[in-house]
Design a protein around this ligand. Structure first.
Ligand code: ARG
Ligand code: ZN
Length: 888
């Protein structure tokens, strides 16, 4: 059954308070749930109360203290209350140890955890499990004291003590009304890193990071990130921490990244644990970003929540935008103004790279949906890059239109109006409009139209008059796969013009005073086609070079006929660092696509020396920040490139990219060597943006050197592997060795495994690295099948499943899309195996083949057959929705 946004109805009953009592036992946990329930005004008295439940064993129901008739039909518990206000107690039990879905209450490594978003609370107790039912919760946990010494839930601890038979209890009260998806409990053998801080108004707050005992030394960075997040939200948005304590708990079995449960965030260990020996710079940055993200949800998600799940981007798009800004500010905080600007650009580049690779592809495939979806079969399938990352771009556009101050005014009004409420994306947009005296009616289309808009640009320069005309035309691709409207959007389009020396020209539109001139102008494109004219440019000057969509001011594709010389010029001179990078990527993309096309047609590809020269200039430019240089010198990914072909041919893309890497390595060997030598980081390891940037550039150099046929790179990599004092350098060296191959690679892989055997997150990297190797002497599919039987492999652990299976199926396109369909057979087996254990993870893997129609005909049949095999065998709603859409 499909649920539609237009069918939204408010619930007939409100649940005002919830008093939960848990008798925790891994195989039989008893839950007693006492609710104060009120019928909403105007609802007929004979309307039955229907509570949702899943996999629960019902023991008893009492209505105002008297045993009541109630039965579960198809996951709905019907109670004929017949009164306007009453107290209902429902007692059930469940089996957490048998719960492999990791939704609801489950056991991981002997401890209890919960995950309730989106619809997991109904696996714990019968409830109106929907976000517009907000109640205050009191939670009592009782369990064996020795096995479960720590008992945690949302809010504040109000009572705890011993019980008979070696048991004990703890009672928690959360003073803030919340939807059920924010409920959480944790019980087990855990220890915490603790710190008390004072927030701006002087109140003390207890902060805790709870982990298994052996992981305590890896919690410092998460704690520092939490403190930084609290400070940042106060400074930037005036939003304080509202509880007396704030807890983060790490768990090794978790479907997603982390969860913002009120006052009790539960995290995948991957986004909490970090130390120099086991975590890379990227891991450190991800911990900071995810800790920030979940903390920021406390206001954007928890204090103001979603009316229904179609509004998911209300909290996710906004909170991703907030964590992006937080990470950018953290990286920018380290250096001078120039370093700060470069750090902000690097963060933007990383985010846009990911948006274009994954969200643009999603938007062009069978799962395409607007930021605010219109329908779903399984809501867990809609925690997507469109809802999250495109949603964040939509929020960013408000800031681009109104500036930071205007955006802040909108946020203030949003909280003034909606604190404590469950609201919609429209409510957010209205607050932004009203706070800024703007009409944002047209902007609504960003929420209701699927697909990636394209903006075609035409330019005309009248040198004699000093006028420059820019015509922008917006449209969607003809083959857009969505029946949502395709009307013109309000697109903030940032532009600059460079003179012949590469300097920015002051820009003023023809109806503006001279004082309005600025070097970057944000044009508001509202029509299908619009012309903007800049005046007052130098008379008889050389034709300026346009810098389009600076800082990626809107999530669109720009079509403009740049020639190679213009791109090389922008790469060398644009004052907008994002567009400098963009120019290099365009240049490389064009060359790589030409090569891939030729190879795909069976021809011999020729390399573009323009790319080799332009990249050489960046390589030699020591004035550029290392982190930026690393981004600029990284070629577009194979996945991105394949998506740009009319018919994707992963093998040809891989061959083209490998050829280009080889040529860049050989043409600039001396420069790579120099870069490698010049970018050692001195002093103790610090995961700061500046140091991480140096390591990234140096390791990129090592990667290019490893493409060369001589033995020098192997020696460098071996030495670096052995002497590294941090995971970033050690793992990069291992990667370089693996690419070179031979016994040195085998030895290093073995050494790495032995060294980190007891570090699950590092062993994940070990599996992933091998799954992502290109086919060589051994075919990677064979390696993957062999690793599948490795004693450390465990399909039930999502991180481990992702590290081997997803890394191969999604992270190694050329090997996965082998012509003999061996990859597809493996994929189908794994989707079906996971479907029986964990439908959410299975559905994510199922999505790998959703773009099958995009591929060359020789691959399509194999993909379709594999999809059909999965469709015939899959039982979960999750997988069936994904595969059904792919085949449909
Ligand atoms: N709200 C969580 C986060 O973004 C994600 C939870 C996703 N859970 C799920 N079952 N789909 O921060
Ligand atoms: Zn989130």
């Amino acid at each position: 059954t499909v649920i539609h946004r237009r069918d939204y109805m408010p619930p007939p009953y409100r649940i005002e308070t919830v008093d939960l009592h848990f008798d925790l036992d891994p195989h039989r946990t008893v839950v007693r749930n006492t609710m104060r329930i009120v019928r909403r005004d105007g609802v007929p008295a004979d309307t039955p109360l229907e509570l949702l439940g899943e996999g629960l064993q019902l023991e008893a129901v009492t209505l105002d203290g008297v045993a009541a008739e109630a039965s579960d039909a198809d996951g709905r518990l019907r109670v004929a209350a017949g009164r306007a206000s009453f107290e209902l107690t429902v007692t059930t039990h469940c089996d957490p140890a048998a719960n492999s879905s990791l939704m609801g209450l489950y056991v991981s490594n002997g401890n209890f955890f919960t995950q309730c978003e989106a619809e997991g609370f109904r696996k714990i107790t019968y409830f109106l499990d929907r976000p517009d039912v907000m109640a205050t919760y009191t939670v009592t946990l009782a369990a064996d004291k020795e096995a479960y010494p720590v008992l945690l839930s949302n809010g504040n601890l109000v009572e705890s003590g011993p019980l008979p038979d070696g048991r004990h209890y703890a009672k928690w009260v959360d003073p803030f009304a919340k939807p059920s998806y924010l409920f959480a409990l944790v019980a087990g053998k855990l220890v915490a890193l603790e710190e008390t801080i004072q927030i701006a108004d002087g109140t003390p707050k207890l902060l805790q990071v709870w982990v298994e005992p052996q992981d305590l030394p890896k919690t410092r960075h998460a704690m520092d990130s939490l403190i930084a997040s609290i400070r940042w939200d106060e400074r930037r948005y005036g939003l304080p921490l509202d509880l007396d304590r704030f807890m983060i708990v790490a768990v090794g079995d978790f479907n997603m990244g982390a969860m913002e449960n009120k006052g009790l965030n539960i995290f995948n260990t991957k986004y909490v644990l970090a130390d120099q020996q086991t975590a890379t710079d990227t891991d450190f940055a991800n911990v900071e970003a995810v800790v920030g993200h979940e903390y920021f949800h406390n206001w954007t998600g928890n204090r103001v929540t979603c009316r229904d799940w179609f509004q998911l981007s209300l909290k996710e798009g906004l909170t991703v935008f907030r964590d992006q800004e937080f990470s950018a500010d953290m990286a920018a905080g380290e250096g001078d103004a120039a370093q700060a600007a470069s750090a902000v650009a690097v963060k933007r580049i990383e985010d846009v790279r990911m948006l274009r690779q994954t969200q643009f592809a999603e938007d062009a495939g069978p799962m395409a949906h607007p930021v605010r979806p219109e329908s779903y079969a399984e809501i867990n399938n809609f925690y997507t890059v469109t809802v999250y990352e495109k949603g964040a771009e939509v929020v960013r556009m408000y800031q681009t239109l109104f500036g930071r101050d205007g955006f802040r005014r909108g946020m203030d009004l949003y909280f003034q109006r909606h604190d404590g409420q469950a609201v919609t994306c429209d409510d957010f947009r209205q607050a932004m409009a009203d706070a800024n005296g703007a009409d944002l009616a047209q902007f609504e289309r960003w929420y209701s139209q699927a697909g990636t808009p394209r903006v075609a640009v035409e330019t005309a320069y009248d040198a004699a008059a000093g006028r420059y005309r820019l015509t922008l035309r917006q449209h969607y691709a003809e083959d857009r796969r969505s029946d949502t409207p395709a009307d013109p959007l309000l697109i903030p389009f940032a532009v600059g013009l460079l003179d012949a020396a590469g300097r920015d020209l002051p820009l003023r539109l023809n109806d503006e005073p001279e004082s309005a001139a600025a070097t970057t102008r944000v044009l508001a494109l509202t029509g299908a086609e619009q012309t903007f004219e800049f005046v007052g440019l130098p008379i008889d000057g050389a034709t300026p070079t346009p810098s389009l969509l600076r800082h990626f001011s809107a999530p669109v594709i720009v079509d403009y006929e740049y020639d190679d010389a213009a791109l090389a010029f922008l790469l060398a001179h644009d004052s907008d660092a994002f567009n400098r990078w963009e120019a290099g990527q365009r240049l490389a993309t064009r060359a790589l696509l030409e090569m891939a096309q030729t190879l795909s047609a069976g021809g011999q590809a020729r390399l573009s020396e323009t790319v080799v020269d332009a990249f050489g200039k960046v390589l030699a430019d020591d004035t550029l920040a290392p982190a930026f240089r690393e981004q600029a010198l990284t070629l577009p990914s194979e996945t991105f490139l394949a998506e740009q072909m009319i018919e994707a041919d992963p093998g040809a893309v891989h061959a083209a990219r490998t050829q280009m890497r080889g040529r860049l390595a050989e043409a600039h060997a001396a420069l790579w060597q120099r870069i490698y030598e010049a970018h050692r980081t001195d002093g103790p390891y610090r995961p700061t943006a500046v140091d991480a940037g140096r390591r990234a550039l140096r390791n990129l150099a090592l990667g290019y050197l490893a493409e060369l046929p001589d033995a020098a790179a192997a020696t460098l990599a071996e030495t670096q592997y052995r002497e590294a004092d941090n995971m970033t350098d050690r793992f990069s060296a291992l990667g370089a060795l693996a690419r070179i191959g031979g016994t040195a690679a085998q030895d290093a892989l073995q050494d790495f495994y032995r060294r980190f055997e007891h570090e699950p997150l590092v062993i994940d990297k070990w599996f992933a690295l091998q799954a992502m190797q290109p086919d060589g002497a051994a075919r990677t599919i064979d390696t993957v099948r062999r690793l599948f039987t490795h004693p450390a492999f465990n399909l039930k652990n999502p991180n481990r499943a992702r590290s081997l299976i997803f890394s191969f199926c999604a992270g190694n396109p050329a090997a996965f899309h082998a012509a003999d369909a061996s990859g597809y057979a493996f994929w189908a087996e794994q989707v079906l195996a996971l479907d029986a254990l964990n439908p959410q993870v299975a559905a994510r893997l199922a999505r790998v083949l959703e773009r099958w129609r995009k591929y060359v005909p020789t691959l399509r049949d194999g993909m379709e057959a594999a999809l059909q095999r999965v469709m015939a065998g899959a039982r979960s709603r999750d997988v069936r929705e994904v595969v059904g859409k792919a085949l449909g």
